[in-house]
Design a protein around this ligand. Structure first.
Ligand code: HC0
Ligand code: SF4
Length: 579
């Protein structure tokens, strides 16, 4: 331990701790725009300056504590230097705050207001050309070259989409090799968006077409909400995690005017029936190990763009929200037609990549009676629009839904029932844990000991979590990873033979969808772990905790699909069309 004197008080911190962190641990807030602990410690914004006796003003994000250091964060010199440096950042930023989706969560806006800065003089910087159809959007005129996106994309997500050119005031963040963004290997995980301190990086806004559909009397709008949404949606409308219950979420969606409100958790249970059955079949085959989950489109894009040698090992099961869309478009087609309406499916997701996934042609399904299975010409998209949680919260504010005062409501049936297994899909390890709960039942006819399936040891802090467990007579080797740098390490170990598994769950975002690129943004703090706690609590409190116990899933098989991996199940729910 090292002891420093901070604002006249002794403060202890482990050797190597940066002054910014030592101050934060002692309850002293030092502002910063560019700092990301352990990832981006470049001192470039110079907003975190502190005064060190004998050394003058230093950046606290890249100066480590030393014994007997005397540090002050509250001197007039510190305040004046911070203010001047902030003004320099502001001068290069197009501060159109009134029309910026990040106005409530922009670190620069908050600090500029705290320091009573002036509007930047002179002409505003240029927005720059960008592909407006791409799910990830960039406005170069709001970029403050903090390099957070560069660091996160390179160090945490192994993708290297962002780079920089020039130096000093002429430095610019660019797409690497000046490639169009659609060709730069972007997985659309959205981690650059949630780590951007301003509105330079955002997700494409699709609220307009969703509002249009809601207001069109010729359209039957069907909405579904992803597992991780229930843990985070309240954050953007001022509700605590306790107040933002699934019942209030369903009520808020009804209040927005959607005709049917369904739960992706239902489809997560359906996915387990399909993927679990696929895995049981796979175990008896000699196909190369492992089988990889395929429900995270960020991971699917990563494998296809960066490690295509593993792409053939992806499960053929579609992701839950695509399955839900296919089920809705097929089973509600007659009801919509009888009402003279066309179906429009909306997914509310914690994810940017789902905006891409819903447009993938191979995932579209030919509706019942609309042609042969696999008839691509007649195929319609399973899902018509994806909103991030941030867009959903924005819609609630735009329409003026007073979520806090709404009485709890239910999801609609028959596609609204869910189990705890579906709920935990939203955190790393959840898909695997749900699959293990049901795979054991599919093989032995009995539910397993839940603790044997527990995956809560999975965390982005370790590259992957693995274990072996017996399912019937077979010992199954599973692994779970989240974050694409961790994933790259796991794939390298599989390739070298250092590791070998039967079933692997990958989620692109560190910690899974709870920390997804479409979730509400809280500057300089990570909320993934507390949202995972919400999901674990909901699972533990659920009367049904196994996907195969979901009564509506059982009814769907009885009425429409027959059994997992049937011909119709393949047509609707898988990316291959056999069966
Ligand atoms: Fe996820 Fe999903 S769990 S990917 O993270 O599988 O987005 O929450 O909706 O589809 O269910 C995201 C979250 C989902 C899907 C589910 C899976
Ligand atoms: Fe989307 Fe979840 Fe995958 Fe992140 S982990 S890319 S939020 S599906």
């Amino acid at each position: 331990m090292v002891t420093i004197t901070l604002n006249g008080r002794p403060v202890e911190a482990p050797a190597g701790t940066m002054l910014a962190d030592a101050a934060a641990q002692a309850g002293v807030d030092v502002p910063t725009l560019c700092y990301l602990k352990g990832l981006n410690c470049i001192g470039s914004c110079r907003v975190c300056l502190v005064e060190v006796e004998g050394a003058g003003l230093v950046a606290s994000c890249n100066t480590a504590v030393q014994d007997d250091m005397v540090v002050r964060t509250d001197t007039p010199a510190v305040a004046a230097a911070r203010r001047a440096n902030l003004q320099a950042v502001m001068d290069g930023h197009r501060a159109v705050c009134a029309a910026c989706v990040r106005q409530d969560t922009c670190a620069l806006r908050r600090l500029a207001a705290d320091c009573n800065l002036a509007d930047p003089p002179g002409p505003l910087p240029e927005k720059g050309a960008w592909d407006e159809a791409f799910p990830l959007q960039r406005d170069a005129s709001k970029c403050i070259t903090c390099m957070r996106c560069v660091a996160v994309c390179r160090e945490v997500q192994h993708c290297n989409v962002w780079d920089f050119t020039g130096a000093g005031p002429s430095m610019k963040v660019v797409v690497r090799d000046s490639l169009p963004i659609s060709e730069a290997g972007c997985t659309l995980c959205g981690q650059c968006v949630t780590h951007c301190p301003t509105g330079a990086l955002t997700a494409r806004d699709d609220t307009g077409c969703v509002l249009e559909a809601i207001l069109d009397p010729a359209v039957m709008t069907v909405v579904q909400v992803a597992p991780a949404v229930r843990a985070a949606w309240g954050e953007g409308v001022g509700l605590s995690h306790e107040a933002a219950t699934p019942g209030r979420l369903a009520a808020s969606l009804h209040a927005l005017g959607f005709d049917k409100v369904f739960d992706t958790d239902f489809a997560a249970d359906l996915t387990i029936m399909e993927e679990g059955s696929e895995f049981v079949e796979f175990l008896g085959s000699d196909r190369p190990r492992p089988l990889f989950t395929s429900c995270c489109p960020g991971w699917v894009r990563f494998v296809k763009l960066h490690c295509p040698q593993f792409a053939a090992r992806l499960s053929s099961s579609k992701s839950p929200h695509q399955m839900m869309g296919a089920v809705v478009k097929n089973t509600l087609a007659d009801e919509a037609a009888a009402a003279g309406k066309r179906l429009f499916c909306v997914s509310v997701m914690p994810c940017v990549a789902k905006k891409y996934e819903c447009d993938v042609p191979e995932l579209a399904t030919a509706p019942a009676g609309g042609g042969d299975v696999g008839d691509v010409a007649k195929a319609v998209p399973d899902v018509d629009a994806v909103l991030t949680v941030r867009e959903f919260d924005r819609l609630l504010r735009t329409v003026g839904v007073n979520c806090a005062d709404l009485p709890e409501a239910s999801f609609d049936n028959p596609l609204g029932a869910s189990t705890g297994a579906g709920t935990i899909f939203g955190r790393t390890g959840g898909v695997m844990e749900a699959a293990l709960r049901s795979a054991a039942f599919l093989v032995t006819g009995e539910n397993p000991d839940f603790s044997a399936c527990d995956t809560t040891a999975a965390t982005p802090e370790v590259p992957w979590m693995s274990r072996e467990l017996a399912i019937g007579d077979v010992v199954v080797r599973i692994a779970v990873a989240s974050g694409l740098e961790n994933t790259a390490k796991l794939l390298a170990a599989l390739e070298s033979g250092e590791a070998s598994f039967d079933f692997v769950e990958i989620m692109a975002c560190p910690g899974g969808c709870v920390a997804g690129g479409g979730q509400p943004i809280h500057f300089n703090s990570e909320w993934g772990a507390r949202r995972a706690d919400v999901l674990n609590r909901l699972d533990a409190a659920d009367a049904l905790r196994c996907s195969h116990e979901n009564p509506d899933v059982q009814k769907l098989y009885a009425d429409w699909l027959d059994k997992p991996l049937s011909h119709t199940a393949h047509a609707w729910l898988h990316t291959d069309q056999e069966g």
